[in-house]
Design a protein around this ligand. Structure first.
Ligand code: KG4
Ligand code: ZN
Length: 316
């Protein structure tokens, strides 16, 4: 069975084709360069660029996978959550293909997609405890099967990736800020600045607005000295606190829910420190498996939506 999947929830338009469990292609058109000058994603611009890109991305996917459009059995697309203008373009392309081919079209959840993106090349052993860390979400989910997701904790205000991007902007770094801060942090002192630990309470929810505000205030104070900002130390101190709360909450969730698999998905799962923390937690609590996803499937991509669609159908 061949599934063609479309992901367009934010600033990437992506098409993947999956044949049974094999990803044949995962074409992604990134708009980072166009949004960079605004310091973040401009929703209207994202939707307009999707319109420009959807044709060639689809064509490229068919060429790379050496598959004829008529061979496609099903169409999957991201139907929520995301920027509405961006989502609509993906849905219209999916439904147009479905009508033309007379094949079923099904919408899927983007966050569930991020979780199943981590299962590409690594099969899940259930139950799975999944940390989703992205530009729009900071969430812990317990997955009992591809059709049984339990949200244990969620985003209360700024998501972790959003916080990275906003802090990076105030530090004078380019968009998206996450990878830039991650790189700077490697040569910084994580104990240089004392920053608050976000929402260190008994819930599994996450709040990053306090850490963001503390960083912005610190940067403003440092800027008043008219000296260059110690970017590496700022990045390392920020990253330490941003990830420490994930480590604390995940450790508690592991002890409460006893998962067999621990995994992490979403754009921020490309982060060096977060990947180390997940690996260490898996080892410490002797979990059956710990999945550190392939970097290609961390940020938004259609392969994760294809994998989600495939796994859901396999068990239904
Ligand atoms: O999953 P994604 O592509 O889009 C959403 O669904 O939001 O995630 C994008 C986010 C951005 O905020 C970006 O800064 C962040 O992922 N990100 C990182 C790293 N790579 C990407 N954050 C921290 N460290 C990284 N290495
Ligand atoms: Zn995403």
């Amino acid at each position: 069975m061949k599934i063609l999947a479309i992901e367009s929830s934010c600033d990437e338009f992506s098409v993947a084709i999956l044949d049974e469990d094999k990803i044949l292609c995962n074409v992604i058109s990134s708009q980072i360069d166009q949004h960079k000058e605004y310091g973040g994603v401009v929703p209207e611009l994202a939707a307009r660029l999707h319109l420009e890109n959807c044709g060639w991305v689809l064509q490229e996917a068919l060429e790379q996978s050496q598959v004829d459009l008529e061979e496609i059995d099903q169409i999957a697309y991201t139907d929520h959550p995301g920027l509405i203008g961006s989502l609509i373009i993906g849905k219209v392309v999916a439904q147009t293909l479905g009508l033309y081919l007379n094949k079923p079209v099904q919408g899927y959840d983007h966050i569930q997609g991020h979780i199943f993106g981590t299962a590409i090349n690594h099969d899940f052993v259930y139950p799975v405890l999944a940390m989703v860390a992205s530009g729009g979400h900071t969430q812990i989910e317990l997955v009992n099967s591809p059709n049984d997701f339990q949200i244990i904790g969620s985003t209360e205000d700024d998501a972790i990736g959003e916080c990275y991007d906003k802090v990076a902007r105030v530090m004078g770094l380019s968009y998206p800020g996450g990878p830039v801060i991650d790189k700077l942090a490697k040569t910084g002192n994580p104990d240089a600045y004392d920053l608050p630990l976000a929402k260190n309470d008994a819930t599994y929810d996450f709040s990053y607005s306090g850490l963001k505000t503390a960083m912005i205030n610190l940067i403003h104070r440092l800027n008043q000295k008219n000296e260059p900002l110690p970017l590496n130390d700022l990045a390392a101190s920020f990253q330490k606190q941003a990830m420490k709360i994930i480590e604390i909450k995940l450790a508690r969730a592991i002890q409460t829910y006893h998962p067999k698999t621990l995994t992490v998905g979403g754009g921020v799962s490309a982060n060096t420190l977060l990947r180390t923390i997940i690996q260490q937690l898996g080892t410490k609590y002797q979990l059956e498996q710990t999945i550190i996803p392939d970097l290609a499937y961390c940020t938004d991509n259609a392969a994760m939506m294809a994998k989600l669609a495939y796994e859901k159908q396999k068990v239904s």
